[in-house]
Write a protein that binds this ligand. Structure first.
Ligand SMILES: Nc1ncnc2c1ncn2[C@@H]1O[C@H](COP(=O)(O)OP(=O)(O)OP(=O)(O)O)[C@@H](O)[C@H]1O
Ligand SMILES: [Mg+2]
Length: 229
């Protein structure tokens, strides 16, 4: 929406889901990311320009879906894939589509594919709820990210509405200090996001919603990270 050229990869090969938000049937494409990573298909053949479907007038958005076929999911889990094929996919997409940003959404656990994505990215965004189970996982991820020496940023999501801004700020800075991780910001729990049932890209269908303003603010902060790097 800011006129950038953006790629989105659904690297959650174990539990793909981004195609739902984009309203795409992954079978529409001749190949999926699984074919690229496991069988050596050309990365650009598993990517689709989404502007028309999303009625996006500015910028460019390309989406690479993961396979939803059970046999493909099991195959990618069993055989895995090499760093080379992953970095080739990223570099090829970035080059062919002249991308400004490539967003790689991973599986939440510390699987090989998540580690590869963490190793290759420029910036790592960890999205977590305040929930203790999430926090435990976030601590582990922060530690791995430190070992990889990756600039890491925490986004706290689904903050209970009972907490006011100053309480959240205090909690956020405590978490940041504990995990030695920079807190990029936080988002409240939103009934409207739940009610949207992942049927669309929320900010496009709800341009005037307060959550859309929050997401825009995150986009602005991400752009400034880019300037720092
Ligand atoms: N701030 C929010 N308020 C309310 N609901 C939210 C918020 N953020 C995300 N959700 C909803 O929570 C659900 C899970 O979100 P999301 O898919 O981003 O999580 P995830 O951790 O990536 O899940 P998975 O592990 O399945 O990939 C979605 O239905 C989403 O719409
Ligand atoms: Mg996810």
């Amino acid at each position: 929406m800011k006129g950038k050229r953006v790629g989105v990869m659904d690297m959650d090969l174990e539990g793909p889901g981004l195609h739902v938000i984009f309203g795409l049937d992954p079978y529409e494409l001749p190949f999926t990311l699984n074919d690229v990573l496991v069988n050596g298909a050309q990365p650009e053949r598993a990517a689709l320009r989404m502007n028309d479907r999303l009625h996006l007038e500015r910028g460019e958005i390309y989406f690479s879906p993961a396979s939803v076929k059970v046999e493909d999911i099991l195959k990618s889990l069993r055989s895995g894939f090499e760093l080379d094929s992953f970095s080739n996919a990223i570099n090829t997409l970035a080059e062919k589509f002249s991308l400004d940003y490539l967003l790689v959404d991973t599986h939440p656990g510390l699987e090989d594919d998540t580690l590869l994505a963490m190793g290759v990215c420029d910036n790592l965004l960890v999205v977590s709820r305040l929930d203790q189970q999430d926090m435990f996982g976030t601590g582990v991820l922060a530690e791995v990210a430190r070992t990889l020496e990756k600039p890491t940023h925490l986004v706290l999501n689904m903050i209970p509405l009972a907490l006011n801004s100053s309480e959240v700020s205090k909690i956020a800075s405590k978490i940041g200090a504990n995990f030695k991780i920079q807190v990029l910001g936080w988002l409240p729990f939103s009934e409207d996001i739940v009610s949207s049932l992942s049927k669309s890209v929320f900010i496009l269908t709800n341009p005037r919603h307060s959550m859309t303003a929050r997401f825009n603010e995150f986009a602005r902060r991400l752009e400034s990270l880019d300037e720092v790097n």
